[in-house]
Design a protein around this ligand. Structure first.
Ligand code: ADP
Ligand code: MG
Length: 566
C-alpha cells in the first residue's frame, strides 16, 4: 500500500491516463487490494477494484460456505453490509464525472447468487467500482490517495470485520429453512407453499417492498389446504400448500387474486427477512406465462394450440416478427416446456382471451374448423397427464375451467377459501354445453437447434454487449426486450444474461446442439466454476452480475430478433 501511496502522489496533476500505472496488486494490513481495471476518463465506466481478506482475518467457519445455499446467504450478507457502509458514508471527495464514487452491487428483496462478494474456503473478496478522482482530465493524486488508501479499505474492513454475528446467524438460519421447505415441497409433491401470516401485497406497483398499515390482511390458509412443515430446530410452519395438478384462483375483482399469484411467481427466489414473503416458496421451475403481442418467435412448434392458420402458415415451425396475443402466449408456454418448466402460472389479466376460453355459444357460431386456436382450457389437463406439468390460473371470468381443475381457491376480501366442492356442484347443475376440442394428447414439444449465425455482437467494428436497466439488452445492433418476462427481478441478472449470451455465442453454440442442452451445459459450467466464469474478466473483477434462472436466459435467447433455429 506504501507503493500505491507513493505512486498516486507522484502522478498528482498529471493527465488522467497516468492512472493506468496503478493497475496491480497491493498488500495492506489484513487485506490485499487488486486494481484490475482503470477507467479511461472521469466519465467512463468506473474502475474495478477487488479487496481480499484471508479466512484467518475474517474468521468464519465451514458453516458459512457449506452447503451452497449458505454460501450464497453469507455472500449476500456481506454485500449488504458493504452497501450499507458505503451508503451511509459521507464522502468529501469532489471532482469531475464519477470522481470519488465507491460502489458495490447491492442486493434487493431477493437473495441471489451474485458476483459482488466471493466467499471461498480460503478468502473473502469484495468487488467494488470506484471513480478515480480528477479535476477535468487532471489526476487528483491526494484525493486518490485518500480514496484508495483510506476510505475504501477502511469502509470495507468495517463491513468485513465488524458485522453483527447474530444477524449473520439469523440470515443463515433463514436460508436453511427456505432450503428445507423447498426440499420438503418437492418430496411431497407440492408446487408451492404460502405460510400463514405472510404479507403478500406490495407497497406500490413499482415497489418490491411489503405494504404496511392497518388495512393489510396477512395470509391465512383455508383449512382444507393447510399443511404443517416440521422445520428442524424450530416450531413447525403452517400454511397453504398446493399439490401438483391444476389449481384455479377465482374471486371478485380487487379481492387479491393477482397479488397471490404474483407472490407465488416470486417464490422461485428466496426473500430477505422482513419481506413478508420469506416463506412463500414455489417450485423453482415455475414460469409466468402471458400474452406478449409484438414479440418475435423463431420456429417454435405451437401446433398443440394453434393449427390451420390462414394461408397455410406452418405452426409446427412457427416464426413471426410480430406475434399476436394468442400465438405469443402459445409460444411462451412451449418455450417454457422446452427449457423444463414444471409449473405454469397464468393470470387472466395478462392473457389473450381467445387463447384461454372458447365457450359453448362461440363453438356454435364459429365451427372448430374455422378456429385455429385450441383454447388452453382443453389442453391444461393433458399438460399434467402427458408431461407432469402443473398450472395455476387466476380466472375470475370463466367457469369453464371448473371441469379441469383439481383445486379451486376463492379469494374473498384477501382471504382464500377452498371452493372446489361447490364449483363441482355448479358444474353438475349448469351442465356443460361446450365440446372438448383438445384431442387425445397434448402434442409434442419439439427441441430446437440454434444456429451459430444467430449471434453477432458487432456494431460496426466494435463488439457491443450492454444493458439498460432491468428490461433491455443490447446485443450488437439488436436490442432484446425483456419487459414482459415477469420473473426477472434484478438488473444484475439482466447483465448476467447479456454475458451468458456472449458466452454461448463464443463457446457453446456449435450448430448441432439443442437450446435446452446448451443452457444446461452453461449452468453446469457455472456450478463448477462459479458465476464469475461467464465474465470476460474471469479470474479478475467479473463486474456486477447475479444469477438468472435458466428460464429467463432462454426467454432472452428466444427474444433475440436474430435467433435462427435449424
Ligand atoms: P384482483 O387480481 O383480484 O383484481 P389484486 O390482487 O390486483 O386483485 O389486488 C387489488 C388490490 O388489493 C391491490 O392494490 C393490492 O395491493 C391490494 N391487496 C391485495 N392483497 C391484499 C392484502 N392481503 N391486504 C391488503 N391489500 C391487499
Ligand atoms: Mg387481477
Amino acid at each position: 500500500m506504501e507503493r500505491l501511496r507513493t505512486n498516486l502522489l507522484r502522478i498528482d496533476k498529471k493527465g488522467y491516463k497516468a492512472y493506468k500505472d496503478i493497475q496491480g496488486t497491493y498488500e495492506g494490513s489484513g487485506f490485499r487490494l487488486h486494481i484490475d481495471y482503470v477507467q479511461g476518463d472521469p466519465f467512463a465506466a468506473p474502475s474495478r477494484l477487488r479487496l481480499e481478506f484471508k479466512r484467518e482475518t475474517i474468521k468464519y467457519d465451514e458453516s458459512c460456505f457449506q452447503p451452497a445455499h449458505r454460501r450464497t446467504a453469507f455472500e449476500d450478507f456481506l454485500a449488504r453490509e458493504a452497501a450499507q457502509r458505503l451508503f451511509s458514508f459521507r464522502n468529501d471527495i469532489r471532482g469531475t464525472g464519477k470522481s470519488g464514487l465507491i460502489n458495490i452491487d447491492s442486493p434487493g428483496q431477493e437473495i441471489l447468487p451474485r458476483t459482488a462478494v466471493l466467499v471461498t474456503p480460503q478468502k473473502v473478496e469484495f468487488r467494488l467500482f470506484v471513480g478515480l478522482p480528477a479535476a477535468g482530465r487532471t489526476v487528483l493524486g491526494k484525493e486518490a490517495e485518500r480514496l484508495l488508501c483510506q476510505y475504501v479499505p477502511g469502509l470495507i474492513k468495517k463491513a468485513a470485520l465488524e458485522f453483527d454475528r447474530t444477524k449473520l446467524a439469523a440470515q443463515l438460519s433463514l436460508s436453511d429453512k427456505q432450503e428445507f421447505i423447498r426440499n420438503f415441497l418437492a418430496e411431497h409433491g407440492y408446487i408451492c407453499f404460502v405460510a400463514n401470516g405472510s404479507i403478500l401485497p406490495r407497497e406500490s406497483g413499482i415497489s418490491n417492498r411489503p405494504l404496511r398499515g392497518q388495512q393489510v390482511v396477512p395470509f391465512s390458509s383455508p383449512p382444507s389446504l393447510e399443511i404443517e412443515i416440521p422445520l428442524p430446530q424450530d416450531k413447525p410452519l403452517k400454511g397453504m400448500a398446493l399439490p401438483q395438478g391444476v389449481s384455479l384462483i377465482v374471486g371478485g375483482g380487487y379481492h387479491g387474486k393477482s397479488t397471490l399469484l404474483k407472490a407465488i411467481e416470486r417464490g422461485v427466489y428466496n426473500h430477505i427477512a422482513g419481506d413478508g414473503r420469506e416463506y412463500v416458496i414455489t417450485d423453482c421451475t415455475a414460469y409466468k406465462i402471458r400474452a406478449e403481442d409484438g414479440r418475435r418467435i423463431e420456429r417454435v412448434n405451437i401446433s398443440p394450440f394453434i393449427n390451420n392458420l390462414p394461408f397455410g402458415k406452418d405452426t409446427e415451425r412457427f416464426t413471426s416478427d410480430d406475434a399476436s396475443g394468442s400465438t405469443s402466449q402459445a409460444a411462451n408456454i412451449i418455450e417454457g416446456l422446452e427449457i423444463g418448466s414444471k409449473l405454469l402460472l397464468i393470470d387472466e389479466d395478462t392473457s389473450a382471451t381467445n387463447f384461454m376460453i372458447r365457450d359453448a355459444r362461440m363453438q356454435e357460431l364459429v365451427s372448430k374448423n374455422k378456429e385455429p386456436i385450441t383454447p388452453f382450457v382443453d389442453k391444461v389437463r393433458q399438460l399434467y397427464t402427458d408431461y407432469g406439468v402443473s398450472t395455476i390460473i387466476v380466472i375470475g371470468g370463466s367457469g369453464d375451467y371448473f371441469d379441469v381443475a383439481d383445486h379451486i381457491i376463492m379469494m374473498d376480501e384477501y382471504r382464500p377459501r377452498e371452493v372446489t366442492e361447490k364449483a363441482r356442484e355448479i358444474s353438475k347443475s349448469l351442465t356443460q354445453l361446450r365440446q372438448q376440442e383438445g384431442g387425445h394428447s397434448f402434442g409434442s414439444i419439439t427441441p430446437r437447434i440454434i444456429r451459430p449465425q444467430s449471434f453477432n455482437a458487432f456494431r460496426g467494428r466494435k463488439e457491443k454487449v450492454d444493458c439498460k436497466g432491468l428490461h433491455t439488452i443490447i446485443y450488437g445492433v439488436n436490442t432484446i426486450n425483456l419487459s414482459l418476462v415477469e420473473q426477472l427481478v434484478d438488473s444484475s441478472q439482466t447483465r448476467a444474461i447479456a454475458e451468458m449470451i456472449r458466452y454461448i455465442a463464443n463457446n457453446l453454440a456449435d450448430g448441432s446442439t439443442d437450446l435446452s442442452v446448451i443452457v444446461e451445459r452453461l449452468y453446469n459450467e457455472i456450478s463448477q466454476k462459479g458465476l464469475d466464469v461467464i465474465s470476460p474478466y474471469y479470474g479478475k473483477h467479473p463486474g456486477d452480475l447475479a444469477l438468472p434462472r435458466t428460464i429467463e436466459l432462454a426467454a432472452a435467447l428466444n427474444r433475440l430478433r436474430t435467433l435462427q433455429v435449424k
